[in-house]
Design a protein around this ligand. Structure first.
Ligand code: FAD
Length: 417
C-alpha cells in the first residue's frame, strides 16, 4: 500500500475544493485533491445555472413579509417548495435561517460577502485564462424578468441599493426585452438586466478544466472516501485507491456532504441544503436564447448551455438524501414552454443537486478550532460557482499566512458558538 505525502489534502473536487487546491498550489503547496468520483465537478458544481453572479450583492435570505411566508407555508410559491414529511428534519434549520434574515443581519451577511462577490469574476477570469478555456466564459450578463408591477418595483428598489456597491444594470420595458431576447413570449411588467456577470455554458466542464490545470501544474488528484479521514501523529490521513494520502493540513470542501467529516470530528455546524433540479431541452427551430433568463414570478430559470436550454428550478427544502421529487420542474415546464420555444428534453431524467447553506447564507471558511491543521471551506449556498475561486484564494492566504484580501472573520465557524 503506497503512502503518498503532501503539504495539504483537499477533500472534495467541486468548484470550491478545486479552486482552493489551485490557490494553495500557486502559493507553493504540494496538494492532493481527493474525491469519491474519478472526475472533478460531478455533483453540485455540475448542475448549476452557470451564472458568475458578481452583481448579486444581496444573498437569498428568508422573506420577512407575511404574504410570502404564507405562500411558502402553504407550498404555493413556485420558487420554493418543501417536502412536508421531511419538515421535522429541517424545521430547526429554517428557524435559524429566518432569524438570520432580519434586515440588520441580512445586511451584515451582504457586507461580509461583498469583497468576495466583487472579486469573483476577476478570479475566474485569471483561472480561465490559465486553463485556456475562454469558450467557457460568455460575457452575456443575465436578465431577471417580472410578470407583476409589484415584484418589478421591488427588484428595481433592490437594484437601486445594489448600485451603491458598484452594480451596473438596466431596467428593461417590454420593447427592450424583445430586443435582447426576440424569442420570448408573454406579458411582462419589465426586467432588470445585469451586464457584468459571466455565464458559463458548461459548469461541469469548467470544474474539469480547472482540475486539469491543477494536474498539469503537478497536483495529484486521487479517488478516495473523505469519511476515512483520521488524525495521527504525522498529520491527517485519508484512504485513497491504492493506498493512503497524508499531510499536516486538510481542507474540508465537500459542499453539501461536509457534515460527513466535521460531524464525526465533533463539530456541530448548522449546514442545511436547498435542493434544486435541472433538465435540458432542445430549442425549437432556430430559436436562440442570448442570456440566462430568470422568470422570477414563476420561479425557474432558463440558461443557454452547450447541451441545450437548461431549465433550473428554485429551492426545495427536503433531506439531502431523500429521493428526488421534481414537482417544481414539472410545474415549470409548461410555463417555460410558453416563454420560449422548447422542443424535446435532452436528458433522460432530471438532475438533482443540493446547495450547501448555513443559516446566515455565508460560507464557513477558516481554521477548525479544536483540530490543528484542519480547515473548512464549505456552505457556498446559491453562489458556489461564483465564489469558488474567490474563497479558494481567501482560504489559501489564511493557510499560508498571507494577509487575506478580505476580512475572513465573518466566515469563521466560531460564529455558531
Ligand atoms: C439548481 C442550482 C442552480 C445553481 N445556480 C448557481 C449559479 O448560477 N451560480 C452560482 O454561483 N451557484 C449556483 N448554484 C450553487 C452552486 O452550484 C454550489 O454552491 C456549488 O456547486 C457548491 O460547490 P462545492 O464544491 O461546495 O460542492 P460540490 O460541487 O457538490 O462538490 C463537493 C464534492 O465533494 C465530493 N464528495 C462528497 N462526499 C465525498 C466523500 N465521502 N469522499 C470524497 N468526496 C466526496 C463530491 O463528489 C463533490 O465532487 C446552484 C445550485 C443549484 C442546485
Amino acid at each position: 500500500m503506497a503512502e503518498l505525502k503532501a503539504d495539504v489534502l483537499v477533500l472534495g473536487a467541486g468548484m470550491v475544493g478545486i479552486s482552493a487546491a489551485l490557490h494553495l498550489q500557486k502559493r507553493g503547496r504540494d496538494v492532493i485533491l481527493i474525491d469519491r468520483h474519478e472526475l472533478a465537478g460531478e455533483e453540485t458544481s455540475f448542475g448549476n445555472a452557470g451564472i458568475i453572479e458578481c452583481a448579486s450583492v444581496f444573498p437569498y435570505m428568508f422573506p420577512r413579509d407575511f404574504a410570502r411566508i404564507f405562500q411558502y407555508a402553504t407550498n404555493s410559491a413556485p420558487e420554493v417548495r418543501y417536502k412536508f414529511s421531511d419538515l421535522p428534519a429541517f424545521l430547526p434549520w429554517l428557524v435559524r435561517y429566518f432569524l438570520a434574515s432580519s434586515p440588520d443581519r441580512a445586511l451584515h451577511s451582504a457586507m461580509a460577502e461583498l469583497p468576495l462577490i466583487q472579486r469573483s469574476l476577476i478570479e475566474h477570469e485569471a483561472l480561465i485564462a490559465e486553463a485556456e478555456v475562454p469558450e467557457l466564459l460568455r460575457r452575456t450578463g443575465w436578465i431577471k424578468l417580472f410578470r407583476s408591477d409589484a415584484t418589478l418595483a421591488n427588484a428595481v428598489k433592490e437594484f437601486e441599493q445594489a448600485k451603491h456597491y458598484g452594480v451596473a444594470g438596466e431596467v428593461l420595458d417590454g420593447k427592450a426585452i424583445a430586443v435582447r431576447e426576440p424569442n420570448l413570449t408573454g406579458e411582462f411588467a419589465g426586467a432588470v438586466y445585469f451586464p457584468a456577470p459571466g455565464f458559463v455554458p458548461d459548469p461541469g466542464a469548467l470544474a474539469k478544466a480547472y482540475a486539469a490545470l491543477f494536474k498539469r501544474k503537478g497536483g495529484r488528484f486521487m479517488v478516495g472516501d473523505a469519511r476515512t479521514l483520521e488524525q495521527g501523529s504525522g498529520g491527517w490521513r485519508v484512504a485513497v485507491s491504492g493506498g493512503a494520502a497524508m499531510a499536516p493540513e486538510v481542507v474540508v470542501a465537500l459542499g453539501p456532504w461536509s457534515d460527513l467529516v466535521f460531524g464525526p470530528l465533533g463539530y456541530s455546524i448548522p449546514l442545511g441544503v436547498k435542493r434544486g433540479y435541472h433538465l435540458h431541452l432542445a430549442p425549437r427551430g432556430n430559436a436562440v436564447l442570448n442570456h440566462p433568463v430568470l422568470d422570477s414570478d414563476l420561479g425557474y430559470l432558463l440558461a443557454p448551455m452547450n447541451r441545450g436550454i437548461r431549465l433550473t428550478t428554485g429551492v426545495e427544502f427536503a433531506r439531502r438524501d431523500a429521493p428526488p421529487t421534481p414537482i417544481q420542474l414539472r410545474r415549470a415546464l409548461p410555463r417555460a414552454r410558453a416563454l420560449f420555444p422548447l422542443g424535446d428534453p435532452v436528458d433522460a431524467k432530471p438532475w438533482m443537486g443540493a446547495r450547501p447553506c448555513l443559516p446566515d447564507m455565508l460560507p464557513v471558511i477558516g481554521k477548525a478550532p479544536r483540530h490543528p491543521g484542519l480547515w473548512f471551506d464549505f456552505g457556498h449556498q446559491h453562489h458556489g460557482l461564483t465564489l469558488g475561486p474567490a474563497t479558494g484564494r481567501l482560504l489559501a492566504e489564511m493557510i499560508t499566512g498571507e494577509t487575506p484580501y478580505a476580512d475572513s472573520r465573518p466566515f469563521a465557524v466560531e460564529r455558531f458558538g
